[in-house]
Design a protein around this ligand. Structure first.
Ligand code: G6P
Length: 486
């Protein structure tokens, strides 16, 4: 726990006179009605886990959209609830939104305008004036909730992601003494893509209310600076990167997020069900070579391409029939959006087609778990999977890739990784692919499962050194430090 302690100490020392607030759209825990009463559910996914840890360690206030159907019933009159995990507690303050607000702000502007605009995956963003208006209204709601918690005190506010782009400037306009940092977890597009957004200027101005704005990779920083240079009358500095706008300076840099190295090693010691035992238990099959993938069912993740790679691999190397299986954990996501529903349908159709093409009496190549799984369960699945597959067409970071490298057995597993993920730069010794190149992907799967143990081990150990060194707590310290000090 040495890494966690160092963040705790850093915060105690540097933030003692400021209220610590973390905010993101998605709440770390939601409450829901079940037959046995109200149940608390933890959000899954790399980013959520990471923010939850930060809030715990900082003993701060987490401001987020209350999305659970029982959320309202458990909060106090200020919409707060105290959460305690691992003996540490923090306050979750919930913002409640109407269906119309959720539709236009979350499903509309955030996920049908900004999400496809920022990911270079050839899905056209939709520009709808009423979504934009609602995005402003909901950003104002977040701002007001944060200001309510700050009161007359000094504060440190850590904002997360593309749902809250206007909050920094709104907070700044309050005139209070607040240090504001935003971490933008998804890519930032090139100017040629960004310029089609009718409200691009306002978004940039919103983000220039930050003391510090961070992306995962340097190329996203460069893209952002170019957008500012072309759209605003601002002074743009590339080395070191900062923007001066209306006499206010925003520092901009890349800080690639890391993972919780120590926590993962702990889970690895005592895993729950692993991939091999899962397939044995549920399907009564013993598979020598297992590939695994874990993600939300999202068109940016290259899931259709991945299936085509598996198809090509089995076509070229039929000796792996009955010896290879792909275990896909796919969490349904944003299903109210037509593009997601369409993508899910295509995905399921293709799974069915490939399974039918190769199936024998007791085996088929693709096994799906269509639900969100607890983190511990996922990390345990990684342990004996021979190959991790991350095939995103564009991805800000992809923490799952990093988690696989640390969770697998060093001499048994190896990661096949899209070179279009932010993680590719940190995971240099994984097998890199262009996910659009299906043949290359099929060969990569072959290479992964036939790679000698000694080579897997040496590649994994080299990557693990870096994962240890650039762990999540160091990342958080860097982010806070850059936001606090000039
Ligand atoms: C992905 C992105 C995150 C983002 C999250 C939102 O995980 O990488 O940057 O915050 O999606 O997911 P949600 O399920 O809340 O739409």
């Amino acid at each position: 726990m040495a890494f966690k302690n160092s963040l705790e100490q850093y915060i105690k020392k540097n933030l003692k006179n400021r209220v610590f607030i973390v905010s993101s759209n998605r709440e770390p825990y939601s409450h829901t009605h079940t037959a046995n009463g109200i149940k608390i559910i933890e959000a899954v996914g790399g980013v959520h886990n990471l923010l939850n840890l930060i809030a715990q360690v900082s003993n701060g206030i987490y401001v987020a959209h209350g999305s659970g159907d029982a959320d309202k019933e458990v909060v106090d009159k200020y919409n707060r609830i105290k959460l305690t995990t691992d003996g540490k507690s923090y306050t979750l303050k919930r913002i409640f939104l109407s269906k119309k607000e959720i539709d236009k702000y979350y499903y509309g502007f955030a996920n049908q305008t900004l999400w496809p605009l920022c990911h270079a995956v050839f899905v056209k963003p939709i520009f709808d004036q009423s979504w934009w208006e609602m995005y402003k209204i909901v950003n104002r709601k977040f701002t007001d909730a944060i200001l309510e918690e700050i009161g007359e005190k000094k504060a440190f506010v850590w904002l997360n992601d593309y749902h809250l782009a206007l909050v920094p400037q709104m907070l700044r306009a309050s005139g209070k003494d607040i240090k504001i940092g935003t971490f933008w977890h998804i890519p930032w597009p090139t100017y040629e893509i960004f310029r089609v957004n009718p409200w691009g200027k306002e978004l940039l101005m919103g983000l220039l209310g930050n003391n510090f704005l961070s992306f995962h990779r340097g190329y996203h920083v460069q893209n952002f600076l170019q957008c500012v240079q072309r759209e605003l009358e601002a002074k743009v500095n590339f080395e070191p990167s900062k923007v001066t706008f209306h006499d206010f300076i925003t520092k901009i840099d890349s800080l690639p997020a890391g993972i919780d190295y120590e926590e993962i090693l702990q889970i690895k010691e005592k895993p729950l069900t692993t991939s091999k035992s899962f397939l044995e238990k549920e399907y009564d099959i013993e598979i020598p070579y297992i590939a695994i993938g874990v993600e939300r069912l999202d068109y940016t993740k290259g899931l259709i391409e991945r299936l085509k790679m598996i198809d090509k691999f089995l076509e070229k190397y039929p000796q792996f029939i009955e010896k290879f299986a792909y275990l896909g954990v796919v969490a349904p996501s944003r299903q109210h959006i037509p593009a997601y529903r369409q993508y899910s349908k295509e995905f399921i159709d293709l799974v069915e087609k490939i399974n039918w093409k190769y199936s024998t009496t007791k085996w088929h190549p693709i096994y799906l778990i269509n639900q969100e799984l607890q983190r511990k369960k996922i990390l345990s699945f990684f342990k004996d999977a021979n190959c991790g597959l991350v095939t995103s067409l564009d991805d800000g970071m992809n923490l799952v890739a990093k988690e696989y490298v640390l969770s697998c057995q060093a001499e048994k597993g190896i990661l096949v990784l899209s070179k279009f993920t932010g993680a590719a730069r940190d995971l240099r010794y994984s097998i890199h692919i262009n996910p659009y190149n299906i043949d290359e992907g099929a060969e990569a799967i072959y290479k992964a499962i036939t790679m000698p143990s000694s080579e897997k081990k040496s590649r994994n150990l080299k990557m693990r050194e870096e994962l240890k060194d650039r762990n999540i707590y160091k990342w958080a310290i860097n982010f806070i430090n850059r936001t606090l000090y000039d």
